[in-house]
Design a protein around this ligand. Sequence first.
Ligand SMILES: C[S@@+](CC[C@H](N)C(=O)[O-])C[C@H]1O[C@@H](n2cnc3c(N)ncnc32)[C@H](O)[C@@H]1O
Length: 172
Amino acid sequence: MTKALEFAAARGFEKSCQREDGALLHVLAARRGVSRVGEIGTGAGVGSAWIVSALPPTTPFFTAETDPDLATAVTAFYGDDPNVTVLQGSWRETLPPEAPFDLSIVDTNDAKDDVDATIRLLAPGGTAVLDDVWLDPVLPDARRDAWFGHPILTTIELWVAPSRRALVAVRR
Ligand SMILES: C[S@@+](CC[C@H](N)C(=O)[O-])C[C@H]1O[C@@H](n2cnc3c(N)ncnc32)[C@H](O)[C@@H]1O
């Protein structure tokens, strides 16, 4: 976690998950039955650190990042840990071969807007998490509605902080 936070600060990367969102990822990753985890959008590795620190050491974790500098740096944080894989490239090509996941963190705008492609990465009963899912509190919100209205998802929104909401969706 410290490495990721320091790297984000040094690079001026401001899109890392906040503490409250990280705590949500951490508790969801710690559940029994989470045996394979994916993340769309590695960033500086802050969200990854919240997740990996909750997983048993033998649970595979895959995270996809298009920016080669970010992907290279986060790869180095985990050394030769065989259960953490940073995939350089778009999640659309890199994550499907590693799916299905029991837990999937959806942290790019294009993935948040493409519910069907995103949930194809989930095992039945698997959980998707979207933090900062929308910042404009005005409803209706098309992105939110797509997740809530999807026929094979059961979805809830959680206030993780007074000004921020996350969506948690389970694939039936
Ligand atoms: C919000 S940041 C991720 C933050 C990180 N998940 C965390 O919690 O700290 C989104 C990241 O997704 C990356 N990204 C954007 N489009 C992508 C794509 N199609 N595939 C993989 N990564 C992508 C961006 O370069 C950026 O680093």
